[in-house]
Design a protein around this ligand. Structure first.
Ligand SMILES: Nc1ncnc2c1ncn2[C@@H]1O[C@H](COP(=O)(O)OS(=O)(=O)O)[C@@H](OP(=O)(O)O)[C@H]1O
Ligand SMILES: [Mg+2]
Length: 345
């Protein structure tokens, strides 16, 4: 099996190229290039182009080193794209521009995209990819991320988050575009999209909950923001939350710009694994905690969704115990986890 350090470089290269493509595609995006998937979430030329580019890059880099193919679990597939010939042509045009040495046709494009369609990985190591996490942020020209994780025995061992619109540091707001990287047992790092040097990152040491900085989704889905404000009130938080799209929220906690990220929108919603695997290991390797609302570890062993988990609790280590208590005070989970009620004083 390939050394993890080799796969780390391969994954960074794939995400770096994807980020460059995202920036260009975003600058040319017009509404016609947005179509609706069955679930009505917007999928753009960007999502398909990036999924195909990353899969092609991972396959060719690992194959060149004689490694057998790893399963890939990714957000998009070719079905909706095939119904939209104009969008498909645009995706092919972009793909072949970035992959000029090995141009492909529509059928190979579908084949590449559909590699990500599997329900359950069949290899010990497997990739999970969200080509554009935070599609709404991408369309709004705000925050989004290319999220790639390598799993081994159903746990993340590598996480790469490409954040093309996120400033490399909070004190240099105009210097945008960073990649966060974590390898199991080797820490978390940040690098600029256009530079090779990496700096270690750590979660904050904040232990005064009144000063804690919460981060939550930009859009409030279900009872999301209401629940978070309940929990932060019970924790004694006094500051307004940050609202950011995508796994950039994990990035903010991992580098200490935020102390807590909470996510629970409705009980019936099951989180997609590609929305969490990369951010999860990046926060853990930066010294933070990632569990669900009942304190359970995230279980990536049951297919494309976190079916055994309820929501996400991500925090620096100092605040985690008090946060758990505040969650207990704010939500009453009923037996068998079928329902819960927010507790109002
Ligand atoms: N109901 C509900 N609850 C929780 N999560 C949901 C829900 N519906 C969708 N999604 C997934 O959320 C991903 C975007 O999350 P964000 O936190 O970036 O949302 S937001 O843009 O800030 O509102 C988004 O990922 P992308 O599709 O990659 O953008 C979805 O996978
Ligand atoms: Mg996506």
């Amino acid at each position: 099996m390939l050394a993890i350090s080799k796969l780390r470089s391969i994954a960074i290269k794939a995400v770096q190229q994807a980020c460059i493509a995202c920036v260009e595609i975003q600058s040319h995006l017009v509404n016609e290039e947005t179509i609706n998937k069955k679930d009505k979430s917007p999928v753009t030329v960007g999502d398909y182009t990036v999924q195909a580019l990353v899969i092609e890059s991972l396959l060719s880099s690992t194959q060149a080193l004689g490694e057998s193919e790893y399963s890939i679990v990714a957000e998009e597939d070719a079905d909706t794209l095939a119904e939209q010939p104009d969008v498909q042509n645009k995706v092919l045009e972009y793909f072949n521009r970035y992959n000029a040495s090995k141009p492909i046709d529509a059928s190979r494009l579908s084949e590449l995209l559909d590699k990500g369609k599997i329900k359950n990985p069949t290899t010990k190591r497997w990739w999970t990819l969200d080509p554009i996490d935070g599609t709404l942020g991408f369309l709004r020209r705000d925050q989004y991320a290319v999220a790639l994780a390598l799993m081994e025995d159903n746990k993340p061992i590598l996480g790469i988050l490409g954040c093309p619109s996120l400033p490399i540091a909070s004190n240099t707001p105009n210097d945008k575009g960073c990649i966060l990287i974590a390898q199991k047992g080797a820490g978390s790092f940040i690098r600029h999209i256009e530079r090779d040097d990496e700096q270690p990152i750590h979660v904050s040491t904040q232990s005064d909950s009144s000063q804690a900085i919460f981060t939550e989704s930009y859009v409030s889905r279900g009872f999301g923001h209401e629940l978070n404000s309940k929990i932060s009130k019970n924790l004694g938080v006094t500051r307004d939350p940050l609202r950011i799209d995508s796994q950039c929220k994990y990035a903010m906690v991992a580098r200490g710009d935020s102390d807590i990220y909470l996510r629970l929108t409705e009980l019936a919603y099951k989180e997609c694994i590609w929305d969490h695997a990369a951010g999860h290991i990046i926060v853990e390797e930066a010294g933070g905690q990632v569990f669900d609302f009942q304190g359970k570890p995230l279980d990536y062993s049951v297919g494309r969704k976190l079916d055994n988990n309820i929501g996400i609790v991500c925090s620096n280590s100092n605040l985690y115990p008090a946060l758990k208590e505040s969650i207990k005070k704010s939500i009453d989970f009923k037996p068998h986890h079928y329902t819960f009620t927010l507790i109002f004083e």
